[in-house]
Ligand binder design. Structure first.
Ligand SMILES: Nc1ncnc2c1ncn2[C@@H]1O[C@H](COP(=O)(O)OP(=O)(O)OP(=O)(O)O)[C@@H](O)[C@H]1O
Ligand SMILES: [Mg+2]
Length: 371
């Protein structure tokens, strides 16, 4: 289906003087699976409700397929919302729930039947047409809520933590189904979640939000592998964020000092100088016996070993007092290190990032200063 392009420009929402959405600029092309990811209270739902039209922006613009929808009421926007609580009509059957919007539009009977059956087939719920919501599980109700939204063929579907109430296993199944469904119908999905794994699994691109602002917008592998700020590095998966002092450029990046050790960080803001932060994922840290030599190594002491089943998480205390996590895959062999052992941690330059920590505010300030 063509269309479904959403553009947010300098979008702001304040409730009683408190700004909860603080100048968001985003462009979602038609057909994209786009996620808004961030911690509780960062303004995800408020942003979604403004796109849907349930909330008026304090300032800024929302463009749907190039058209400013400021004055368009929710039901006239080519947008539909799936809420966390499903919001099915309890007294109506599954069929009638899905048919509701079509009937209200005055769609002819035969077409209603065809389209409802088609929508139920899409979510594998044909067999449940006669049931009432109370006679179904959470996952089944969720599928019906999706069918009810999809049957109206919106150009954009807004989903606010739609899997939040389901157990972990069902969530995983529905994540994959939902992504497949989105690709099949080809409409724009704007998906709100605070669950980073969910966003990483399903999205074409993710906007990581923090206190009403967007910190980074990028495909999943980029926000995970190349977080641009401390917040993003911290929020997406576990990341080691260590204080460092950036000293000078090297052939392969930026030289940083951590305590008395010198390391090369090959990625991120390698032009930074002075006090900074460096980040590395636990799975990229390797531990070696005490006394092993080579570049990009820090000394430390194993403080704790946590058994995770498929891996062991090893917490190493650095001489600077900071903790460093290493993730060691469980190969069935006995772990080489235990609590109290002195070790060397190898932090490969190509996995070590200097964090820019230029959040949206600083970027704006820099732009203003440059202008
Ligand atoms: N109608 C309102 N009046 C006043 N404050 C509000 C209103 N709606 C939301 N807020 C505040 O705006 C902030 C952002 O809320 P929002 O619901 O957008 O967060 P969220 O990112 O969706 O969080 P969660 O993950 O918990 O759902 C919160 O601090 C919230 O208390
Ligand atoms: Mg919310």
């Amino acid at each position: 289906m063509a269309g479904g392009e959403v553009r947010l420009a300098k979008l702001v929402k304040a409730f009683d003087e408190v700004t909860v959405v603080d100048g968001i600029d985003l462009h979602m092309p038609g057909g994209e699976f786009f996620s808004l990811l961030g911690p509780s209270g960062c303004g995800k739902t408020t942003t979604l409700r403004m796109i849907a039209g349930f909330e008026q922006p304090t300032s800024g613009e929302i463009l749907l397929d190039g058209k400013n929808v400021a004055l368009t009421p929710p039901h006239k926007r080519n947008v539909n919302t799936v809420f966390q609580g499903y919001a099915l009509f309890p007294h109506l059957s599954v069929f009638d729930n899905v048919a509701f919007g079509l009937r209200r539009q005055g769609t002819p009977r035969a077409e209603v039947r065809r389209r409802v059956n088609e929508a139920l087939a899409m979510v594998h719920m044909e067999a449940f047409a006669k049931r009432r919501p109370a006679q179904m599980s959470g996952g089944q109700q969720q599928r019906v809520a999706l069918a009810r939204a999809l049957v109206l063929k919106p150009a954009v579907l807004l989903l606010d933590e739609p899997l939040g109430a389901l157990d972990a296993k069902l969530r995983k199944i529905l994540q994959i189904e939902l992504k497949a469904l989105q690709q099949e119908v080809g409409i724009t999905f704007i998906y709100v979640t605070h669950d980073q794994e969910e966003a990483l699994t399903m999205s074409d691109r993710i906007a990581v939000m923090h206190e009403g602002r967007v910190e980074q917008v990028a495909p999943p592998e980029v926000v995970y592998e190349e977080p641009s700020t401390t917040f993003v590095a911290d929020f997406l998966g576990t990341s080691n964020v260590i204080h460092a002092v950036a000293t000078q450029a090297t052939a392969s990046g930026c030289e940083v000092r951590v305590g008395e050790f010198e390391l090369t960080a090959g990625r991120g803001a390698i032009d930074a100088r002075g006090e900074t932060k460096i980040a590395i994922r636990p799975e990229r840290v390797t531990l070696e016996p005490h006394g092993s030599t080579g570049p990009n190594r820090l000394a430390g002491m194993v403080e704790r070993v946590v058994y995770l089943g498929n891996a062991n998480q090893i917490i190493v205390r650095l001489p600077t007092g900071e903790a460093l996590q290493a993730l060691v895959q469980n190969t069935g062999e006995k772990l080489a290190y235990e609590q109290g052992d002195p070790v060397r941690a190898h932090l490969p330059a190509e996995a070590l990032r200097v964090l820019a920590d230029t959040g949206a505010a600083e970027i704006e300030e820099q732009a203003a200063a440059a202008a």
